[in-house]
Design a protein around this ligand. Structure first.
Ligand SMILES: Nc1ncnc2c1ncn2[C@@H]1O[C@H](COP(=O)(O)OP(=O)(O)OP(=O)(O)O)[C@@H](O)[C@H]1O
Length: 643
């Protein structure tokens, strides 16, 4: 990959500016529905809390006018005690409202998170082949955490709205003139509020994007395979420049964002101070003119302090709410992605423990385009050319049958469509035309569960989780006993190794199984398959990178795995091909030839050519027959000859 290709510059179009679709806010509010009881309780508590805030200035007015000015110590003490008591109640109510707000916020984000995880898990494999993992994880996790943090804060700020209304009503009651001045000043607050809020929203979006982008890159480069590629092929200086560039972009946006966030608060505080000065000027004059008493001025001044505070908070709430809506909108974008492969209502299950046959009938297939399965914002790198792309057919009119309990080998040049055929058997993709059948049922009429349980797949590069050998094996059958695990390992020719490890089954395999050799990993994958005991096995044979000993072990393991199962094998070894009941020669997405080894050799077509170029002349598939006709790994031959 060209390093510079993933670099984002400050001039990149901002995907956030227009991204919030109409109706998003309503959709976000919909998530409150299951929490309406808590919301109602929150409103009541918030109202009571606001009442304590609004009542305090009235007590002060009484304290000044009827206490201090009338020389009544009793009133002064009583009002002071009442104000103190009210402050305590207000503080307690504030704690209760934060607790309820926390519950609502966490509840809503929990619902959304679970829904999103469930949805993404159902998306077809094509989505995952297109999407950059780190970016997806960022979307599902980091951004949601951000939303979650802001959520409770936003609810708390909602209390401020109630306070503003109450305080304004009280101001009108105390002095309509001062209230009028305040009302004239409020729009002055709204202008910077709206403007700065918009800038904050845009920048928050960009910041999330930049963070997830860097996360995606790190995930790609810092996993074992990425790290190895970078050590072997990478250009350290350029890569470092790439990381620095991205980190600098995050810094730049972050600094701007913090300035704008601060600016909104500074503007609000400044306006509050100016308004207070103005009110004291006007109110002081009114007291001197005898329009109202000193206590009223004190109450008004106190009220103003309580008015601009919540308005300031409300200004923060707007930015916070924007962040929440943006994060939700990004999840909604994912939720709106329709899974191409679905389980049909009324889908049936195949009978268990009976090996079905596999049938391809006039199958046509093309890989889905980016627009069909993915989101541009998750790919990070979707070239202009790929927009509106049309993929070419990977399979054209493919028909064949693998009778139950038999072995069919797929051979053919690279890119011919062999893996594609195996993908269709496990319903990773649906054909565009024709049908793939298991036991006479169209795969699209079967339940996902049934297909999953019937078809076992071992890929060339077996994937292991970063966990113990035991957990990796139990993934196939969580209920397996220790004896069953041992039996599976023996069948897969890996027991000797597991037994010799100091940790035995509790040895950690390393990230993606990187602490195991290629052959060991594939044998563990076969043990996993044996535990699952599927009746159909789809296998991509990998022998090229194995030494002769583990190759022989894998071969023995495969014999066990394939016995009395319906098997479709992408074969690289002559011995497998010879054992096959049927060989399909795939070329250019079609079945070019079919038959047994001898029949196809006699035909003298593509198979014979492949046999001579690949198997016999020790070509790309890693084996050639030795004088007795048995395959010998290429590297062994080369090594043997060279040493
Ligand atoms: N996820 C994908 N999206 C788009 N095209 C794909 C995808 N996977 C494979 N292809 C294309 O489909 C065609 C068939 O690929 P396939 O992997 O089935 O070949 P193969 O016969 O298994 O090759 P090999 O022996 O090299 O593994 C190729 O042209 C390939 O580029």
């Amino acid at each position: 990959m060209r390093i510079g290709a993933v670099r984002k510059s400050a001039d990149d179009p901002d995907p956030w500016e227009t991204d919030i679709r109409p109706g998003t806010v309503r959709r976000v509010l919909g998530y409150f529905r299951p929490h309406l009881g808590e919301v109602a309780l929150f409103v009541v508590v918030a109202l009571l809390e606001s009442l304590t805030v609004a009542a305090n200035p009235l007590l002060l007015k009484q304290l000044v006018d009827n206490g201090i000015l009338k020389n009544s110590l009793g009133t002064v003490v009583a009002m002071a005690c009442l104000a103190a008591g009210l402050a305590v109640v207000g503080a307690l109510l504030s704690l209760v409202s934060s607790y309820i707000a926390g519950r609502i916020g966490q509840g809503v984000t929990y619902d959304l998170r679970v829904q999103a995880l469930d949805h993404v898990r159902r998306l077809p494999i094509a989505f995952f082949t297109r999407t950059q993992t780190g970016v997806l994880v960022g979307r599902l996790h980091t951004e949601l955490i951000m939303a979650q943090q802001q959520f409770a804060q936003m609810l708390m700020a909602a209390t401020s709205a109630v306070t503003v209304v109450l305080v304004l009503a009280e101001l009108i009651y105390l002095s309509w003139l001062v209230a009028l001045i305040t009302l004239v000043l409020i729009p002055l607050f709204l202008v910077p509020w709206v403007y700065v809020g918009r800038v904050i929203q845009r920048r928050t979006g960009r910041l999330m994007d930049a963070n997830t982008g860097l996360g995606g890159l790190l995930q790609e480069r810092f996993n074992v395979q990425g790290a190895m590629l970078s050590k072997l092929f990478g250009r350290p200086d350029e890569e470092m420049a790439e990381y620095e560039g991205r980190a600098a972009r995050i810094r730049r946006i972050g600094v701007g964002l913090s300035i704008y966030t601060r600016l909104s608060f500074v503007m609000m505080t400044l306006m509050a101070s100016l308004a207070t000065a103005l009110v004291y000027g006007v109110g002081g004059g009114l007291v001197l003119a005898g329009a109202f008493q000193l206590g009223t001025l004190v109450a008004i001044a106190t009220l103003l302090g309580r008015l601009f505070g919540p308005i300031t908070q409300l200004s923060g709430m707007q930015a916070t709410a924007q962040t929440v809506v943006v994060s939700f909108a990004r999840i909604f974008e994912l939720l709106d992605l329709e899974p191409l492969i679905r389980e049909r209502p009324g889908a049936v299950a195949l009978p268990e423990n009976v090996a079905p046959d596999i049938e391809f009938e006039h199958v046509r297939f093309r890989y889905p385009t980016a627009d069909e399965v993915s989101l541009a914002s998750l790919e990070h790198l979707r070239t202009e050319r790929e927009r509106g792309e049309v993929t070419r057919d990977a399979l054209r009119d493919v028909s064949f049958r693998v009778p139950a309990g038999t072995l069919t080998a797929l051979v053919g040049p690279s890119g011919a469509g062999k893996s594609t055929i195996t993908h269709l058997v496990s319903r990773l993709y649906d054909p565009v035309g024709g049908a793939v059948r298991l036991g006479g049922h169209d795969l699209r009429d079967l339940t996902f569960r049934s297909v999953r349980e019937t078809v076992g797949v071992v890929s060339q590069d077996a994937y292991l989780f970063h966990d113990t050998i035991r957990e990796n094996l139990l993934y196939a059958r969580p209920t397996a006993t220790e004896d069953e695990l041992i039996e599976a390992c023996k069948g897969a020719q890996i027991w000797d190794l597991v037994e010799s490890l100091p940790g035995g089954f509790d040895t950690v395999t390393g990230d993606r199984g990187y602490r195991m050799s290629g052959g060991e990993k594939q044998r563990l994958a076969i043990a996993r398959l044996l535990l699952k005991a599927p009746t159909v096995v789809v296998l991509d044979e990998a022998t090229a990178h194995l030494d002769s000993e583990s190759e022989a072990a894998v071969q023995r393991a495969l014999k066990t795995a394939l016995r009395s199962r319906t098997s479709l094998v992408i074969a690289h070894r002559l011995s497998t091909i010879r054992e096959a009941d049927q060989i399909l020669v795939i070329d250019g997405g079609r079945v070019r030839e079919r038959g047994t080894h001898e029949e196809l050799l006699a035909e003298g077509g593509l198979y014979a050519e492949l046999y001579h170029t690949q198997f016999f002349k020790a070509g790309g598939n890693g084996t050639r027959p030795d004088p007795d006709g048995e395959p010998v790994p290429v590297h062994q031959v080369v090594r043997g000859g060279g040493e």
